[in-house]
Structures are given as C-alpha cells and as structure tokens.
Design a protein. Structure first.
Length: 305
C-alpha cells in the first residue's frame, strides 16, 4: 500500500504545516492528506478542526477570523509553525521533482458546502501546474452532498468517500462506479468491513484506503490485506515496515504475527472493534430516535428544534 502522510509527517512536525508536508516528502511519502476549512473572508486554509483551540491555542473558530489574522497564528506544537492556505501547498508541489506527489483533500463539513467547494475549485485553478491537478488531487467527501458539489465544481477530479461506515462506503461504491473509499481502520477490520473489502476487490474499480494507521501491527495488517494505501502520522515508520515485510520469509512473518505482543494487540483491536460496532449502531439508533422525537421537533423542550 502507498504511504499517505496524515496531515503531513505530523509525528515529528505540527500537523498540516508546510514543514510537516516537506518532511513527509523527504522520507518518501507517496501522498499527502490534509483538511480544508474556510476563513471568514473565504480563503481555503489547511487545518483539521473547526476550532483553533487544540492546534493554535485560540479559543475561537477558523470561520471567526479573516486570513490576515489566521496567518499570524503559530501552532502550539514546536517549532510553532503558521497555518497555511491550500494555494501554499499547491505552490510547493509545483517544485520540480515533486510531480509524483499527490494529495488527498479531506473536505470538512463545518462550512457552507457550496461556498467551500466553489472556493476550493478557484484556489486550485489559481495555481498553474505543468500537467494539471486532476491527476494529483483526490477529493475526499464525507457525504453525498459533497460528492454532488465536487462533480459540479471539479468534474474532472477523482472522488473518494471518507467514512466510519462500511455501509455508507458500499452505497457510494454502488452510486459512483469509480469512487475510491477511505474507511476508518476499525470499521474496515470489523466483519462488515471484511465484506466490503471482498466486494471492492471483486469489482476492481474502487481504490481502498484506511486511516489512521500508526502501529506496526496495523501496518502489517494493511499490507496483508493489500489495501491501496494507508493514511499514517508516521510515513517513515510505515515505509520501514514495508521494507522489512518484503525481506522476511512467510515463516518469519507468521512468527511475529502470532507473537505474544502482537496477539495482545490483536485482542485489543477486537475489543476496539466491538466497542466501535456498539457505539456506531447503538449510538446511531439513539441519535436517530432523538432526531425524530416529536417533542424535540416541535420545540417543546426549548432550544433550536
């Protein structure tokens, strides 16, 4: 599987910073994953959270500030890097010798969907690329709304559904014949995820990625499952695991796979999966019931119905 640097090489540098992206390229990552939000004045910026608190220490949201303010912020994590724009990353990737690096754009759902997609398309168009961007950018959409808008504003660009749900991924695969799928590792590890993997492999039309994979045992699992790429905070470690895996014999791999340490990790993973299934289905059912509670809808309990 390809090494996709999650928010850049964020194991060693502030996430979504230009430094993190450069370091990811330096260690051999094949692709960069990053997140899109809009500033108050409509600039497409690269940051994961809608809030600035966790990464920049400011108790407000990205959408509360113009780019002129956001550009002055520095990350809490050393070496205190600035926030950057989508155009800054694209300009960096026009550097000669980096033509092979591609990008996964995780399109967050905190902004107005139409505005975000329109401005993303404009940002991409504003940075000339020798061979064009449609072969180097994968638009990662959480919901059908963003898939539709991606087709509207960037029709030549490939799409991926990023999701916690193997069921939603399966529905997207049916509706969008060439869509890639980016599924959380616990969802993919679950029995439902195993079914999705078999179905995707039979079709041969849907590249399959998983996130966020940082432990060596999970990395080896992804290799055995022949995923198309893994999204990791530590692309250097993952590429080292790939090299070791290629060198080893089947017996050596089996011994390590069934070592006491890895057996414990596998059991822990299954506990995580069981909790994930419970939380997803039970939590989802509770949320569904709340959403359609007549008293809530009618506003009898107060607040915004």
């Amino acid at each position: 599987p390809l090494a996709i640097a999650h928010r850049g090489y964020c194991a060693v540098a502030p996430e979504n910073s230009l430094l993190a992206f450069r370091k990811a390229v330096e260690v051999g990552a094949h692709a960069i994953e990053t997140d899109l939000h809009l500033s108050k004045d409509g600039v497409v910026v690269l940051t994961h959270d809608a809030s600035l608190k966790r990464t920049f220490g400011l108790d407000s949201n990205v959408a509360d500030h113009d780019w002129s303010v956001l550009s002055t912020l520095r990350s809490i994590k050393e070496p205190h890097e600035p926030m950057i724009r989508l155009v800054d990353l694209l300009e960096y990737l026009t550097t000669p010798g980096l033509e092979h690096i591609w990008i996964m754009l995780d399109i967050k759902r905190d902004d107005d969907a139409e505005d975000l997609m329109r401005r993303t398309a404009a940002a991409i168009a504003s940075v000339p690329s020798k061979h064009g961007w449609s072969d180097r950018i994968l638009l990662c959409c959480w919901t059908a709304v963003y898939i539709r808008l991606s087709r509207k504003y960037l029709p030549a660009f490939p799409l991926a559904n990023v999701t916690w749900s193997p069921f939603y991924a399966g529905a997207v695969a049916e509706a969008v014949p060439d869509a890639a799928l980016s599924v959380h590792r616990l969802a993919l590890y679950s029995p439902f995820g195993q079914l999705l993997m078999r179905r995707v492999r039979r079709s041969g039309n849907h590249p399959l990625y998983s996130w966020t994979i940082n432990e060596e045992s999970w990395m080896e699992w992804a290799i055995r499952r022949r995923l198309d790429g893994i999204i990791t905070d530590d692309p250097k470690l993952y590429l080292e695991v790939c090299k070791r895996y290629r060198r080893e014999s089947g017996l050596q791999r089996a011994r390590r796979r069934w070592s006491l340490h890895n057996t414990r990790q596998a059991l822990h993973a299954w506990f995580e999966v069981l909790y994930f299934i419970w939380a997803f289905f039970v939590g989802g059912l509770v949320a569904f019931k709340k959403a359609f509670n007549p008293r809530l809808v009618s506003g009898e309990l107060g607040g915004d119905s």
